[in-house]
Design a protein around this ligand. Structure first.
Ligand SMILES: *Cc1c(COP(=O)(O)O)cnc(C)c1O
Length: 362
């Protein structure tokens, strides 16, 4: 969005004509940024401003920008394990060192805060949290998020909160945005319309600054984000233009309907997984659209690891699940439940049949 404006400024000889355009662009920017700021502020204690919002080409570009901005020689970033592999891929590309902290399955995939403390040094820039979680399917409690914020403050790092599944919480823990704790520690919130509005192809996301003390401004992070935006591409203008309508006219019933569908899917999934001996689910999903389950290889014959399990399953049963190694946990499986109940049942029946066929003979 900033780029649009500087373009106009650059075309000096046609300035008069373009001044009008400039004003249009500015109003346009205000409209969609304000819509996003107001939408996200509903769950916060303080009001976000349009200037706190930076538009990106989906959450994927938000990740790309944040990682690039932090990639200085010697710097490192803390990422969750298991996590979303886009962060690792981007960090490798930008030569930013990655340090992994654990999420604990027995504790509902909470962050192992002791392992976080042990990882940090003077060159650590930030910690990434994904809530609701892909790949784990959990939703952090208010108390746990506060503890993460306090730990980050103590360690002198800021928080990057990937809330691309924001609001998609369907169990007892409500979705709490990390921005709620911005008076403790600065937070950059990443999000998009892909998952919450179920339009993954529309490629519109955001980086939102929750930083009442202006700390990120002082460290130069905000300027770097703006500079990056100046030299990259924007989301398609017609999607930008549609944002106020998409956000303001989406009724609460749209979200509650999706949440109802997800809840039904999770119940089917959780019950049917209990009938598959080689798979255990340590924590019933509470949010997002995915779950991580443990594969017990000792119950199987002729299958050495999660990759082999997934390859054979796709070949024999035409069911696709993701090997856990791709999200940081070898011999686990990530299952997506964002499918029709009937299809989900059929898929799980096929996984069961597959497991029985490959079961170790007693
Ligand atoms: C899907 C996803 C993204 C990317 O979102 P897009 O808006 O589709 O680019 C980022 N983070 C997580 C955790 C995701 O699951």
């Amino acid at each position: 969005m900033n780029k649009n404006i500087s373009h106009v400024v650059l075309c000096g000889d046609r300035k008069k004509k373009l001044d009008k355009f400039n004003i249009h662009v500015l109003i346009f920017v205000l409209y969609h940024n304000r819509a996003i700021a107001e939408f996200l502020s509903r769950d916060l204690s303080s009001q976000l401003l349009p200037e706190d919002v930076y538009l990106t080409v989906g959450c994927t570009q938000a990740i790309e920008i944040i990682v690039s901005v932090l990639a200085r020689p010697g710097a490192n970033i803390l990422l969750p394990k298991p996590g979303y592999p886009q962060y690792e891929a981007r960090a490798a590309f930008d030569h930013l060192e990655v340090r992994h902290f654990d999420l604990i399955p027995e504790k509902g995939w909470e962050v192992d805060l002791d392992s976080v403390e042990a990882l940090v040094d003077n060159n650590t820039a930030a910690i990434v949290v994904i809530n609701p979680s892909n790949p784990c399917g959990n939703v952090f409690t208010y108390q746990h998020l506060k503890k993460i914020a306090e730990t980050a403050k103590k360690l002198g790092i800021f928080v990057i909160s990937d809330e691309v599944y924001g609001r998609l919480a369907f169990a007892s823990n409500p979705f709490v945005p990390m921005g709620k704790f911005s008076s403790i520690v600065p937070v950059l919130t990443l999000g998009s319309i892909s998952k919450t509005w179920i339009v993954p192809g529309w490629r519109l996301g955001w980086i939102v600054k929750n930083d009442p003390e202006g700390i990120l401004e002082k460290t130069g992070v905000v300027d770097s984000i703006k500079n990056y935006l100046d030299i990259t591409c924007d989301p398609a203008t017609f999607v930008q233009g549609a944002i106020p309508q998409i956000i303001e006219r989406t009724k609460e019933s749209f979200f509650s309907n999706i949440i109802g569908i997800m809840r039904e899917a999770v119940d089917i999934l959780y019950d049917m997984i209990k009938e598959i001996p080689c798979i255990t689910c340590p924590h019933k999903p509470e949010g997002s659209m995915v779950v991580l389950v443990k594969l017990n290889l000792s119950a199987l014959e002729g299958i050495d690891d999660d990759i082999q399990f997934c390859l054979k399953l796709s070949k024999e049963e035409s069911v696709i699940v993701l090997p856990g190694v791709t999200v940081g946990l070898k011999n686990w499986l990530r299952i997506t439940f964002a499918v029709e109940p009937q299809v989900l049942k059929e898929g799980l029946e096929r996984i069961k049949a597959f497991s029985q066929r490959h079961a170790k003979k007693q």
